[in-house]
Design a protein around this ligand. Structure first.
Ligand code: PLP
Length: 370
């Protein structure tokens, strides 16, 4: 279906396009220079980390888990309320996800349930190999509490900050708390490289190892030499250049995202049972997606159909992983929160390129449907 107002079309304006073409001809389409420039631009956001551009957020997650030591048959604790990419990265390593339900404030992994799962694992002689925390929809999780638990039990912490570039917890960017952090620059994310990702770590050796694996595990030698299996996860020169020209524009994008979110919140919070997140003060989202919960049995379906019939694209919140036919046989620690989010939640169009009159149309359509 073609929507008149799309959920999250990429925001690549004419100024970015112009800079992109200029830089592309300057690099003569050679990838190495383009990738180095991208690493410099991305590295500015992470002065304490080493960064590595890769082909997708999922690739960054796969590499992060592997260099953190996750192996076949290991248990990895991750939220059930997430996008399938989180789970797939675990399964690529033939490890097993254990799903942890959400807490009500940020909709992210519940620290108390996480600790319960760790204790249960230890009791069964299966200490988890890693915690894979997600900052869903660009809203940081209660990451300090989770970092403290991971450190106390000496379990590596990997952050799936795929949608959370530019989101902060207590003044530190999401993705910088764990042993590794992964970001996505997919088409719909706040910065897009038309498909790409970033892996960061304070431990330079982990990034060197990830870089080696991402380049077909080709050893440094005058001939082709491979000591292990590798992947083709390198970021392309074109993607790197598109990222380099967009990264300095993050601040403008964040401001516009927040403006769109605030308008929706002002107009809709409390309207006929609409409820927005009530976030702790430490949490500073990047407002990648604006979402809220609806009250009442059929409210979500009514709004979903009503908006779509009017040519406005909206989306339901994630159907939790422990309910997915592909994943429901894995163990999970549940409290009902993520199922409630799926039953009641809707996301609205909120691209940086959304026009004011389009947003007003979304709001009035929503009000009339309810
Ligand atoms: C977007 C997203 C991913 C996947 O990133 P890709 O670049 O599309 O591979 C993974 N996890 C979460 C939470 C995401 O939102």
């Amino acid at each position: 279906m073609q929507y008149r107002i799309k959920l999250l079309p990429p925001d690549i304006d004419s100024a970015v396009q112009k800079d992109f073409v200029r830089d592309l001809s300057a690099t003569n389409m050679e990838p190495d220079g383009a990738i180095n420039a991208f690493h410099t631009a991305a590295g500015k956001f992470f002065p304490d980390h080493t960064v590595l551009g890769v082909s997708s957020g999922t690739a960054a997650l796969h590499l992060a888990l592997q260099v953190s030591g996750v192996k076949e048959n290991d248990d990895v604790l991750c939220p059930g309320f997430t996008f399938a990419a989180t789970v797939n990265a675990i399964l690529y390593l033939k490890a097993q996800p254990v799903f942890i339900d959400s807490e009500k404030d940020t909709w992210n992994m519940d620290p108390a349930l996480l600790e319960a799962a760790i204790l249960e694992g230890i009791k069964k002689g299966r200490k988890p190999a890693a915690v894979l925390l997600v900052h869903s929809y660009g809203t940081p999780a209660k990451v300090e509490a989770i970092q403290e638990i991971a450190e106390r039990y000496k379990i590596p912490l990997v952050e799936d900050a795929a949608p959370a570039f530019g989101a902060y917890y207590n003044g530190k960017m999401a993705g910088t708390f764990g042993d590794c952090g992964a970001f996505s620059f997919n088409y719909n994310k706040i910065i897009t490289t038309a498909g790409g990702g970033l892996l960061i770590s304070k431990n330079e050796e982990l990034i060197q190892r990830a870089n080696y694996l991402a380049n077909q595990a080709r050893a440094q030698a005058p001939f082709y030499l491979h000591h292990s299996m590798g992947y083709n996860y390198r970021i392309s020169g074109l993607a790197a250049t598109l990222g380099t020209v967009q990264l300095p524009r993050l601040q403008q994008k964040l401001l516009r995202k927040k403006q769109i979110h605030s308008k929706y919140r002002e107009e809709l919070d409390g309207y006929r049972g609409i409820k927005f997140q009530d976030l702790p003060e430490a949490v500073q989202p990047n407002y990648w997606l604006t979402s809220f919960l609806l009250e009442g049995e059929y409210a979500k379906e009514k709004v979903f159909q009503g908006l779509r019939n009017a040519g406005i694209e909206c989306r339901m919140l994630w159907n939790p992983m422990h309910l997915q036919p592909a994943f429901r046989h894995f163990s999970s620690f549940l409290n009902g929160v993520s199922e409630g989010l799926f039953k009641a939640g809707i996301s609205l169009p909120c691209s940086v390129s959304l026009k004011d009159h389009e947003q007003e149309e979304v709001i009035s359509c929503l009000k009339s449907v309810l």
